[in-house]
Write a protein that binds this ligand. Structure first.
Ligand code: MV4
Length: 464
């Protein structure tokens, strides 16, 4: 096991990694920018290194400064958290070439799964269901047109270097495809330095279902159940839950088998998330694989009792997984609300500033992962997440009740937050029914809008 780990991140996830390290007797090094001098991850780390001014490119995105901090403190491994350099293959490569263990999959896997067209192709070859579309990238409008005619419109054009909704375009006919192709390739070139695009048939009103996997360095691999992340706004997840109200035991076995088959076939190591789109008849299709611990990993931890960050560190240290598949059981239901310093009444505009007062919820079944405290100054330089409020109950209905009770207790003064949005969302009949898809946020805002799908069965009671 490592003696000392450097956490190349900030905020709640840096604190989360420090917590796992402390429980394992591993010493911690926090890196921080001048804007985070008073942040909690700095307070609770064993050693701290200021790596630069607030701008991320001068601090949390600056690989040489992070690696230098590891060298001067004698850290043996680096945990990247999520965001920043967590899925940057060059950073992973740089760590390894400096004799530092990167806590995550190897650089080659990061770049392979980071190329969304190559990831698709690898999953297809592994027998994982993928969205009907092009085998890999499409290299001309003619190629795109022939694929579109084969799979049928409407189609999605996606950037190989994109992911998470970045660089996606819809085309409903040949004319739109011709225009969208050039625009998508141009935007991909500008955004990702890679103009490659691929095609997928549009899955109408999908649910966003993702499967958590853990693979160690000696062939051990498990899936920890799915998360339903359909409540998202502009590709930013707002509410996640585990298990999904739309997944029963039979479907969970299929999703888990597909996720493991895909992970093993690409030689995956460490924690990973296999993302699927699921349509209303329960068919599911691979879209992406994320090679990092995700913001929403907490809901999976609550229903399985497995510490995902602890497993990541164990795997990186060459130790076997603590569990085999037969040890993984799903008990109860967990829901996570992302509390962002944003103003839902002003189009979720960021609302940085000083937290004048804060009351953090507690009591039965409540977990709050946060770096916020009274008088903490939320910087404007980074993402707006200030807390993850997780409510756990023996079933979904109880988890909903608890979440509403906890949201009432969660008081933050001095900045706007998404708490009012979450209260409105979770108490809605649509959310309580469990019978929604990625159109949820729009439907919540426009309840009268026609829902152009046949009324589906109430899923609030679905429980495995
Ligand atoms: C799709 C899709 C429908 N059909 N792909 C990919 C990244 C993820 N964050 C959103 N993605 C989607 N990919 C095909 N072939 C629907 C989504 C999607 C979505 C798209 C637009 C607006 C909001 C969305 C929310 C979840 C999923």
């Amino acid at each position: 096991m490592f003696d000392k780990i450097l956490i190349a991140n900030r905020g709640e996830i840096a604190l989360r990694v420090i917590r796992a390290c402390k429980e394992m007797g591993v010493r911690t090094v926090a890196v921080y920018s001048e804007a985070d001098r008073d942040s909690l991850h700095v307070r609770f780390a064993d050693e701290i290194v200021c790596i630069g001014p607030p701008r991320a490119t001068e601090s949390y995105l600056n690989a040489p400064r992070i690696i230098s901090a590891a060298e001067v403190t004698g850290a043996e491994a680096i945990h990247p958290g999520y965001g920043f350099l967590a899925e940057n293959a060059d950073f992973a490569e740089a760590c390894e070439s400096c004799g530092l263990k990167f806590i995550g999959p190897g650089a080659d896997l990061i770049s392979k799964m980071g190329d969304k067209a190559a990831a698709r192709e690898a999953m297809l070859k592994a027998g994982v269901p993928v969205v009907p579309g092009s085998l890999g990238a499409v290299d001309s409008v003619e190629d795109a047109l022939s694929v579109a005619r084969e799979i049928g419109y409407p189609v999605m054009i996606k950037a190989s270097g994109g992911g998470g909704g970045k660089g996606m375009r819809l085309a409903r006919d040949d004319e739109e495809l011709g225009k969208a192709f050039e625009a998508a390739a141009g935007e991909a070139e500008a955004s990702f330095g890679n103009r490659e695009v691929y095609l997928e048939k549009l899955i109408q009103a999908p649910r966003h279902i993702e499967m958590q996997v853990l693979c160690d360095s000696m062939g051990g691999s498990v899936y920890l159940g799915e998360r339903d992340c359909s409540v998202q706004r502009k590709h930013q997840k707002l509410i996640e839950e585990a298990p999904s109200p739309a997944v029963d035991e039979e479907l969970r076995l299929k999703l888990g088998d597909a996720a493991i088959r895909g992970a093993v076939s690409v030689g995956y190591e460490n924690a990973g998330t296999v993302e699927f789109l699921m349509d209303s008849d329960g068919s599911f299709y691979f879209i992406e694989m994320n090679t990092r611990v995700q913001v929403e990993h907490c809901v999976t931890e609550m229903i399985t009792g497995i510490d995902i960050v602890r497993e990541q560190i164990r795997i990186a240290a060459g130790e076997p997984l603590s569990v085999t598949q037969k040890d993984v059981t799903i008990t109860g239901h967990a829901i996570e609300c992302r509390i962002n310093a944003e103003d839902p009444d002003r189009n979720f505009a960021p609302s940085p500033g000083t937290i004048e007062a804060i009351n953090i919820p507690g009591g039965p079944g409540i977990r709050v992962d946060t770096h916020a405290y009274a008088q903490y100054v939320i910087p404007a330089f980074y993402d707006s997440l200030i807390a993850k409020l997780v409510a756990y109950g023996p079933d979904r209905a109880r988890a909903v009740e608890r979440m509403l009770r906890a949201l009432d207790e969660f008081i933050v003064e001095g900045v706007h937050t998404t708490i009012p949005f979450h209260r409105k969302a979770v108490e809605s009949d649509l959310f309580r029914s469990g019978n929604f898809d990625t159109r949820f946020v729009d439907q919540l805002a426009n309840p009268e809008a026609p829902r152009n799908t046949a009324e589906k069965k109430d899923l609030s009671g679905v429980h495995t």
